[in-house]
Design a protein around this ligand. Structure first.
Ligand code: DC
Length: 231
C-alpha cells in the first residue's frame, strides 16, 4: 500500500506547525517539520562561522548540510530537536535563528543537499509534512496538499502570543516587520518560492480558530483518502 502523505505549506505563523502536529496525532502518521531542518542548518553554519560566508564557502556549507547530525523525538508536549546530540528545541524557535534559516533556504545548493533527508521521512503508515515546498517539490506525489495562509497582522499577533508562552519577550511591531520581510524573501526567491501547488486546497486561517481549521482539514483529508482508496 502506498505511503499516505499530507503536505501543509504556507507562510510563517499561519498555524501550520500546530495543525501538522494535530493531524499527525489524529492519523498516527509521522511528522516532518521541514522549517526546523533549515533552522538547524542555519544554527550549525553560525556555530561554524560559515553563515556570513555562504557565497565564498559554499562547498563547505553543502558538506555541512549533508552531514548535519540531527534528531527529532516526539515528547508529550511537542517535539525534542537535537543538533549534534544537544537539545536545541527552544533555541531554534527564536526570531534570530528564523532569520538564519531564511538565508540558508534561499540557496539552491543547500536546499538540494537537504532534499533526500526530507524525503526519508516518508515511511509507513504515513507522513504529515509541513513547510514551504512540501506539495510543490519535496512530495509532489502527496495524496493531500493543503496551503494554509493568514494575514500578516494575524500571524504577527499569534507569534507574539506563542513567544510569550515560551517566556520570550516580544513586541508586535518588530515581529510584523520580520514576518513581512520573510514573506517577501520566501515568495520572491528564485528557487522553490513559497506558492500553493496547483492541486492544493487553500485555507485562510485569519478569522478561524485552530479547531475550526482542523475540522475543515479533516473533512477535506478524509474525503481525499476515500477517493484515492476507491481509485
Ligand atoms: O517554518 P519556519 O518558520 O520554521 O521556516 C524557517 C525558514 O525556512 C523560513 O524562512 C522558510 C524556510 N523554509 C523553506 O524555505 N522551505 C521549507 N520547506 C521550510 C522552511
Amino acid at each position: 500500500m502506498a505511503i499516505k502523505i499530507i503536505t501543509i505549506d504556507g507562510p510563517s505563523g499561519s498555524g501550520k506547525g500546530t495543525l501538522a502536529a494535530k493531524l499527525a496525532q489524529h492519523y498516527q502518521f509521522h511528522l516532518l517539520d521541514s522549517g526546523a531542518i533549515y533552522r538547524l542548518l542555519g544554527l550549525k553554519l553560525l556555530k561554524k562561522n560559515l553563515l556570513s560566508q555562504l557565497d565564498t564557502q559554499l562547498k563547505v556549507c553543502v558538506q555541512t548540510a549533508e552531514k548535519l547530525d540531527i534528531e527529532f523525538k516526539s515528547i508529550e508536549d511537542g517535539l525534542l530537536v537535537l543538533l549534534d546530540g544537544q537539545d536545541v528545541s527552544k533555541e531554534i524557535r527564536t526570531e534570530t535563528v528564523g532569520e538564519y534559516a531564511s538565508k540558508v533556504a534561499a540557496i539552491p545548493e543547500l536546499r538540494a543537499a537537504l532534499l533526500q533527508r526530507q524525503r526519508d521521512f516518508a515511511v509507513a503508515p504515513g507522513l504529515v509534512a509541513d513547510g514551504r515546498d512540501m506539495g510543490t517539490l519535496v512530495f509532489p506525489e502527496a495524496q493531500v496538499k493543503l496551503f494554509l495562509t493568514a494575514s500578516a497582522q494575524s500571524r504577527a499577533e499569534r507569534r507574539v502570543k506563542q513567544l510569550q508562552q515560551m517566556g520570550v519577550a516580544a513586541k508586535i511591531d518588530g515581529i510584523l516587520a520580520n514576518i513581512e520581510a520573510r514573506d517577501q524573501r520566501d515568495t520572491q526567491r528564485a528557487v522553490a518560492p513559497l506558492k500553493a501547488a496547483v492541486d492544493a486546497k487553500i485555507i485562510d486561517s485569519s478569522k478561524l480558530s485552530i479547531d475550526e481549521v482542523f475540522a475543515e482539514m479533516l473533512t477535506h483529508i478524509d474525503h481525499s483518502f476515500a477517493i484515492s482508496h476507491s481509485d
